[in-house]
Ligand binder design. Structure first.
Ligand SMILES: Nc1nc2c(ncn2[C@@H]2O[C@@H]3COP(=O)(O)O[C@H]4[C@@H](O)[C@H](n5cnc6c(=O)[nH]c(N)nc65)O[C@@H]4COP(=O)(O)O[C@H]3[C@H]2O)c(=O)[nH]1
Length: 698
């Protein structure tokens, strides 16, 4: 056994004085262990000089918050002559508390007898505060100071257990502020944050100390109302919440009025997983939104499947970008005269590992609602810019790639600046990017739209107004917008062959756009009839399944490489075209034979529907219709033709002499000539020749 060196305290003092950590030595031979030495670092830590503390027991450093269990543990170690470590809440001379990370070691003499205790201290206040802050941070929302979702779930679990044990009612409330996002987007996040803090304060004032109010995310709050004597108490609280949220709030000198949509559910004995209650309240909240906002709805168990779908998508969407579940497809657009490809539109596709293909019509509105649309769109722009470089290799004349930008994103502060940054990052010249914004931006905020569009033009991007015709744009604003292209919404195209209103709207849009120096693209062209009608209506470009569907990148590259601008002239562009309408196939056959000989391009129809399809497809000069057919009346048909295609010369060829309708039709200018069956070949050919000449006069 090695001999322990005997260290008289006096010989150690020089070294201890120089130590950067606080050292204290107490005499262990005396019952109360008085202090016999402290070094200068002790004074720096506690504020006490050596003279002030010599002869006293260390307990003067303790205070009201010092944990008694820790002190007892230290005392026991000292009694047993053992080393001990502890972190004690101590107090400096000026009363300020600090965390003392203390190590006490016994000093023994040569005979192993305990003579002194040496205490080495370190100020651990910073770490302790940090860890407390961290605890708070992980369980609280930094903006409002309210519990976050994690703490809400913890408290809910406890509350459900207590309510089951004591047979009390418990309700979970889910609250979403109506119209908060536009305010946030419009006035900026700082303003939005202040507003959320005010709302949080008001809500907090309405609940009891045992309840939990949490900010779940964005403008969504949840409340656990526990220990309710009966369920009807909830109604009173909810009414108060609605009223309080609706009271104007003053933020930065501006009065803002909000409302809330609230969903509520009650805990029942059957609930095994308390988290289900949050989902139920959330579902009910969406129902409240659907029912017109500023109201509350109880969860009923059989909520609308579409609401459940909405929530499901919302929950999945946030992971989708990170896990690479999105892709892009491209749909080409074509010039209606040359047939050349005038660009491709990027359309987002989401393939979820379980849900499969989710339509953009489902996920885009959800992405808008949750704000995820911004990161999604930025991803789309980046990917489209990259893909465009590949597509110009396939078609060096490809003018641009179009991306859809949702109104919410478009109207966000700094949208234009951010786009400029993205273009620089992607090294894409602005002229190759076409931004498609729906007409609804004009409804939301026309002045900002005008300002942003001017800035975008300055940047050099191409601008298209999408879904045109659905948003009732103010024409006043339209003429101020630096728009390059109007895209006529698909809904006007679908029925244009039969609906005279749609046909007239299209003609009106084309003529107005051309006057404003804009091009017109018709969307959703599926049939030859629609295609031909739009060509004749002088529409500039088309997009639709009739020519090309949206395709993955490789396919569209191949398509562009092989595509040649075509458009053979149509028959009716070379020869005068006649349309014969009769429900008797034999009559149609003999008329066709007779008139073809005169060099006309002859079309035949047995029904009104067929006739309108053909009229949409072809430039018809003269229509000859039977008067009494099984499903229609000739003069009615011609009346309809007159309003849709006023330039077509109309002739009735009837087996009956219904004088009344004939004279009415002639008087109203609906028909040019009335001929009777059986017809005289020569007379008929004469009348048709004159009618064709009449139709050709502009
Ligand atoms: N029935 C029919 N449909 C046709 C025809 N030709 C094209 N379509 C479809 O019409 C939609 C045209 O895009 P949109 O009006 O911008 O309408 C888009 C657009 O508003 C939105 N969307 C798609 N991708 C994005 C995106 O990346 N960002 C944003 N913000 N919105 C997007 O979702 C909407 C729907 O997209 P999709 O389902 O891809 O649907 C596309 C396209 O597939 C046709 O001949 N017949």
């Amino acid at each position: 056994m090695t001999q322990r060196p005997q260290l008289p305290i006096a010989s150690m003092v020089g070294a201890l004085d120089a130590m950067p950590v606080s050292v204290i030595i107490a005499d262990a031979k005396v019952a109360d262990m008085p202090i016999v030495y402290t070094n200068p670092a002790f004074e720096a830590l506690t504020g006490y000089t050596s003279d002030e503390v010599r002869g006293r027991n260390c307990r003067f450093l303790q205070g009201p918050d010092t944990a008694t269990e820790e002190v007892t543990r230290v005392r026991r170690a000292l009694q047993n002559g053992q080393s001990v470590q502890a972190v004690l809440r101590n107090y400096r001379k000026d009363g300020e508390a600090f965390w003392n990370e203390l190590t006490l070691v016994p000093l023994l003499d040569a005979n192993d007898a305990l003579v002194f205790y040496m205490g080495v201290s370190r100020d651990a206040t910073r770490e302790a505060n940090l860890s407390a802050e961290l605890d708070h941070y992980t369980s609280h929302d930094p903006l409002t100071g309210l519990p976050n979702r994690a703490l809400l779930e913890e408290r809910l679990e406890q509350s459900v257990r207590l309510s089951q044990r004591y047979k009390r009612e418990l309700a979970v409330v889910y609250l979403d502020l109506d119209g908060f996002k536009p305010i946030n987007d419009h006035f900026g996040h700082h303003f939005g944050d202040r507003l959320l803090q005010k709302v949080a304060k008001r809500l907090q004032a309405l609940i009891r100390p045992g309840d939990t109010l949490a900010r779940v995310e964005g403008d969504e709050f949840a409340i656990v109302l526990s220990d309710l004597a009966n369920a009807t108490d909830v109604v009173i609280i909810l009414e108060r919440i609605l009223a309080q949220v609706a009271e104007p709030m003053n933020v930065s000198g501006m009065d803002v009025q909000l409302s809330a949509s609230i969903g509520v559910t009650l805990s029942s004995d059957e609930v095994e997983d308390p988290m289900v209650l949050i989902q139920q309240a959330d579902l009910a909240m969406y129902q409240a939104k659907q029912r017109g906002r500023n109201n509350f709805q109880w969860y009923s168990g059989d909520l609308n499947a579409s609401v459940a779908q909405f929530i499901n998508i919302r929950n999945q969407l946030s992971k989708a970008i990170e896990t690479d579940q999105f892709s892009l497809v491209y749909q080409p657009k074509f010039d209606l005269r040359s047939g050349q490809c005038t660009g491709v539109e990027a359309l987002a596709r989401w393939t979820h590992p379980v849900l499969g293909e989710v339509s953009p019509n489902e996920f885009i509105p959800v992405a808008e609602k949750t704000g995820l649309i911004v990161s999604l769109s930025e991803w789309v722009i980046r990917r489209a810019a990259e893909d465009f470089k590949r597509l110009v290799l396939a078609d060096p004349d490809l003018p641009s790639v179009s991306v859809n930008i949702s109104p919410l994103h478009f109207l966000r502060e700094h949208f234009v600046e951010r786009l400029a940054e993205l273009l620089t990052e992607c090294q894409l010249d602005a002229q190759y990017l076409d931004i498609e914004v729906t007409e609804s931006v004009l409804l939301k905020d026309p002045e900002t739209t005008v300002r942003k569009m001017l800035a975008l033009k300055e940047l050099g991007v191409h601008l298209s107004l999408d879904d045109f015709g659905t948003g009732f744009s103010s024409l006043n604003y339209l003429k101020r917008l630096p728009i390059d292209t109007l895209k006529i919404d698909r809904s006007f195209i679908a029925d244009l062959a039969h609906n005279k209103g749609d046909a007239a709207i299209i003609q009106g849009i084309v003529s107005m756009a051309h006057h404003l120096n804009m091009k017109v693209v018709a969307e959703g062209i599926e049939t030859k009839a629609q295609y031909s009608f739009l060509r004749r209506a002088l529409c500039d470009e088309m997009q639709g399944y009739y020519r090309a569907r949206p395709m993955p990148l490789d396919d569209v590259a191949q398509f562009l490489a092989l595509h040649e601008g075509l458009t053979e002239p149509e028959d009716d562009e070379i020869r005068p075209t006649l349309l014969l309408v009769d429900d008797e196939p034999n009559v149609l056959r003999s008329l066709n034979r007779l008139l073809r000989r005169d060099g006309y391009h002859v079309l035949t129809a047995e029904t009104a529907d067929e006739a309108f399809e053909l009229l949409a497809q072809h430039q018809v000069q003269v229509i000859i219709s039977d008067q009494r057919m099984r499903h229609m009346n000739g003069t009615e048909l011609l009346n309809h033709v007159k309003s849709m295609y006023p330039g077509i010369v109309r002739i009735v060829l009837s087996g009956y002499m219904d004088l009344e309708s004939v004279t009415a039709a002639i008087n109203q200018g609906q028909i040019y000539k009335f001929l009777t069956k059986p017809w005289d070949d020569k007379e008929l050919r004469d009348v048709v020749r004159k009618a064709v000449r009449l139709a050709e006069v502009p």
